[in-house]
Design a protein around this ligand. Structure first.
Ligand code: PLP
Length: 389
């Protein structure tokens, strides 16, 4: 089928909720993607921080192939080994508590909200400006963005929105608060790193009032910032983290991972999902986690992140660069959507715009120096070909 035939099918048959670029990808390997016309692209977006260990990593492919041929689904009425092993591994490499599996980031956050509310036996949530936690009703209610929320009002009540600042966070929490939910590094709003002081204030307030501190590490976790979890680069340990995106090595799986305090809040019947933690996605996630939880790889992420950030800083039209590890964004003095389009269609470099002047880069954690230099060259050309508004 040609691209224009696909576009015709979309117009006729697909509910319009995405604005797609006119590219059909048909194959991926490592940091490369190929379109249906045979063009090769450098992928510095990773499907929005999903293919962190590269496209079609052979160990993930093998785990999926092996498990798919053995058993694809049995339901959570029964045991399957990959889910139990994955839960143990996730707990061991993070907060030491227990794991609830979901199918996506939004669902992992839904589970976290329910768990926190049950733990406090009532209570409200504190979230921060610029947050993105997903599109389902609970997660959307925790996502204070007018354009995403307004068409779907009324939202779930009980979400208080404050600035991601120490004093505001500290003062927002009281006896009625079930949880503070935040991304230690906000992804969708353009890679905004919350300050250490803000995280510490949230921790102190939660401790004082018996509320849960939940970090959404759906985008910034799984090695993206140069440690397995972003919270490891802070002094703050949350009571739970939510995960998805890169956890499945390219397949859809989400997880809520608790520390000990929240490990036994849910009882059978409190929450559930038909597909969650299925054997194929759990096998893929086990392989992905094993590959990512590697001190050498994580050190390289920190190193290459510095190299990429320095290179970005020296490009034309880049005013500033922010982020951590290989989760970076640059602020431009030209329109970011045009730069992204030109990078994709003319330079064959995949990045995305998170705002009118913000380009986000989320390359594979396995990216090499030559690929970084190549991406910088391509982005430089794209930047140079877009004129100031
Ligand atoms: N939380 C964060 C920080 C995200 O970046 C996203 C997706 O971009 C989500 C939650 C929602 O995840 P999903 O799209 O898998 O529902």
């Amino acid at each position: 089928m040609t691209l224009s035939e696909l576009q015709e099918l979309e117009r006729a048959s697909v509910i319009s909720s995405y604005a797609r670029f006119p590219v059909e990808f048909v194959r991926g390997a490592g940091a490369r993607l190929w379109d249906s016309e045979g063009n090769e692209y450098l992928d510095f977006l990773c499907g929005i921080s999903v293919t962190n260990i590269g496209h079609c990593h052979p160990r993930v492919v093998e785990a999926v192939r092996e498990q798919a041929a053995r058993l694809m689904h049995a339901s959570n009425l029964f045991y399957t080994e990959p889910a139990m092993r994955l839960a143990k591994r996730l707990s061991d490499c993070s907060l030491g508590g227990k794991v609830y599996f979901a199918n996506s980031g939004a669902e992992a956050n839904e589970a976290a909200l329910k768990l926190a509310r049950k733990a406090k036996q009532a209570g409200d949530f504190v979230v921060v400006h610029g947050a993105f936690h997903g599109r389902t009703y609970g997660a959307l209610s925790a996502t204070p963005q007018e354009s995403k929320q307004a068409p779907f009002a009324p939202l779930v009540p009980g979400f208080r929105v404050v600035a991601p600042e120490p004093q505001a966070l500290y003062e927002a929490v009281d006896e009625r608060t079930a949880a503070v939910v935040l991304e230690p590094i906000q992804g969708e709003s353009g890679v905004n790193v919350l300050s250490e002081e803000a995280l510490q204030a949230a921790r102190a307030a939660c401790d004082e009032h018996g509320a849960a501190l939940i970090f959404d590490e759906i985008q910034c976790g799984m090695g993206r910032t140069g440690t397995l979890w972003a919270y490891e680069q802070t002094e703050v340990v949350p009571d739970a983290i939510t995960l998805a995106k890169a956890l499945g090595g390219g397949l859809p799986i989400g997880a809520l991972v608790t520390g000990e305090r929240l490990a036994d809040v849910f009882a059978p019947g409190d929450h559930g999902s038909t597909f969650a933690g299925g054997p194929v996605v759990a096998a893929a996630a086990l392989a992905a986690l094993q590959l990512t939880d590697d001190p050498q790889l994580l050190a390289r992420v920190r190193e290459q992140g510095l190299r990429l950030a320095a290179g970005l800083q020296s490009l034309p039209h880049v005013l500033s660069v922010r982020g951590r590890g290989l989760m970076l964004a640059c602020e431009l003095d030209v329109p970011a959507p045009e730069v992204v389009r030109c990078a994709l269609l003319q330079q064959r470099l995949v990045v995305n715009a998170t705002g009118p002047t913000t380009v986000r880069l989320l390359p594979p954690l396995t990216i090499g120096q030559a690929e970084i230099d190549d991406a910088l060259r391509r982005l430089g050309v794209a930047l140079g070909s877009v004129s100031a508004p």
